[in-house]
Design a protein around this ligand. Sequence first.
Ligand code: ADP
Ligand code: MG
Length: 407
Amino acid sequence: MTEQTLSFEAEVARLLDIVANALYSNREIFLRELISNASDACDRLRYESLTKPELVAGDGDFQVTLSVDAKAPSLTIADNGIGMSREELVGNLGTIARSGTAAYVDALESKEEAADLTQIGQFGVGFYSAFMVAEQVEVYSRRAGEETGWRWCSDGKGSFTVAESEEAPARGTRIVVRLKKDAKEFVQADRLREIVRTYSDHIAIPIRLEASGNGEAAETLNQASALWTRQKSQISDEQYKEFYHHVGHGFDEPWMRLHFKAEGVIEYTGLIFVPSAKPFDLFDPTRKHRVKLYVKRVFITDECDELLPSYLRFLRGVIDSEDLPLNISREVLQDNPLVRKIKSAVVKRVLAELKKKAEKAPEDYARFWDEFGPVLKEGLYEDPDQKDKILPLCRFHSTAGEELTSL
Ligand code: ADP
Ligand code: MG
């Protein structure tokens, strides 16, 4: 197919206009966003390959590779994940899928001062942050199992092109960020090391920096093990926080975290956060929770409705089961006794932890209640089994004063 030029959706064009002109000091977060996408793409292929092993034939080692060209100057981020078909390139990198993003763009536009783009990933538009540092972005991609590869290219000014390309990787995506004159720092190995350690250390697959020649070996920049499998004592608050940002697409400080391992009849690890501020989709009519399900470190789904009740949908994080079969389909999950057991145990754990907070740190608990009280209260009528545990967690304004009281 010959090259076609397509326009960005209006919302995207507005966003790109803001992104490209942002005088924003934390521009390095574009790399966090691109690495996060690369890692998601590998997770998705790993999951698909459980039922279609031929998709990863000969190359089951997932990784993200960074390489630089100091002369151009450009920075390349490559992954051997699921890749994108032509339709996916056009749909994912040209339109905005999530509701709520338009409001975010409105808010950014209405600000007089420099726009704060820290939260961009939260709105499902992290990819576009590349245009903070890029004059031009090229995306070469080939979807796993498909023959044809594609090149998507844009300077972020209203339109992009797509064309068939022989240069696409055998599988996955390669993004070439052609750096603006004032963004040459992103070809420096030291700078890239520092950024990856700060924002992406928790990514579970290796992030490698390709050597610039001279027979040097590629260097792995991150620890490359799933954060929740590490010992608590080996994880810093900063690392927990970055993981929360990645997994929860939230950019606030987590208000509370629970990292636990259950080792009884059923075995699973959980790393779960309560945000400090309302996620923008908290009152979305779907009322879906956002905790991801893994089985033995393999990402299975972030849409396992049965894993947590709607009244705990403010939670972010992962649950990783040792007992569920790896090749479990999303349909089978819907009525699974093991999932039900995990759910009930996790609900108990979360409610118990909230109770501790409510008793030991009432003022801090009041902050939580302000944000999420109305959601938690839904449990009073939706979950008769836990009603007795939820009621003591509820706070009410009393006529006696400003303070919140329990019943
Ligand atoms: P989000 O990651 O929150 O969905 P982004 O703007 O970062 O939002 O990315 C938009 C979409 O583009 C992703 O959901 C994904 O479908 C697709 N995408 C981006 N980068 C890649 C990649 N490296 N491989 C495969 N798909 C990708
Ligand atoms: Mg993303």
